[in-house]
Design a protein around this ligand. Structure first.
Ligand SMILES: [Zn+2]
Length: 170
């Protein structure tokens, strides 16, 4: 069931979408993330996001699309057109694109409130996607997919092909 994928393929796709070369790490976990350095002004507003690394979860299932269930109905209608991996890539790039202009302390406070609030697993995942920075990244991902649908589908084919090939070898 696990889809590993190749770092190089993900990195190329990320470069096509974001216009930047960003190192990629693959990890056996259910969480993908963007590590970045945020430049801030004296008011603690993020002025620039310098991406350091995108970590891709290596064990999502192309058909399960587990993160999609926590999106809004409008977002789901767009996200469902691509694999979870491509959506995840767009989401992480979405963080890069949407954080500038926002107050760093407010962003951080929302995450720590989330982490410190006891919730059941499903409720926690659902709540996570309501965090402003996460919701902005989801929306950026959907907007990008919708406005570049042909390219998105072509990039997604590369992911699907790579994953199927790798799984055939197991
Ligand atoms: Zn995120």
């Amino acid at each position: 069931m696990a889809y590993i994928g190749k770092k190089e393929t993900y990195a190329k796709i990320i470069e096509v979408i974001s216009g930047e070369k960003i190192p990629v790490k693959l990890r056996q976990s259910n969480v993908s993330s963007l590590r970045y350095e945020g430049k801030k002004n004296q008011n603690n507003v993020i002025t620039k996001v310098i991406p350091e690394c995108i970590t891709m979860t290596a064990n999502t299932d192309l058909n399960k699309r587990t993160i999609f269930q926590f999106l809004t109905k409008e977002q789901q209608a767009i996200a469902i057109k691509v694999s979870e991996q491509l959506f995840t890539i767009c989401h992480e790039i979405g963080h890069m694109m949407t954080l500038p202009g926002h107050n760093y302390s407010e962003i951080e406070a929302e995450y720590s409130l989330h982490h410190n609030t006891p919730m059941f697993m499903d409720q926690k995942q659902k709540h996570y996607r309501t965090i402003k920075a996460e919701a902005m990244a989801d929306q950026w991902a959907c907007d990008w997919i919708e406005s570049h649908l042909e390219l998105a589908l072509a990039l997604d084919q590369q992911i699907i092909k790579m994953c199927k090939f790798q799984n055939a070898l197991k």
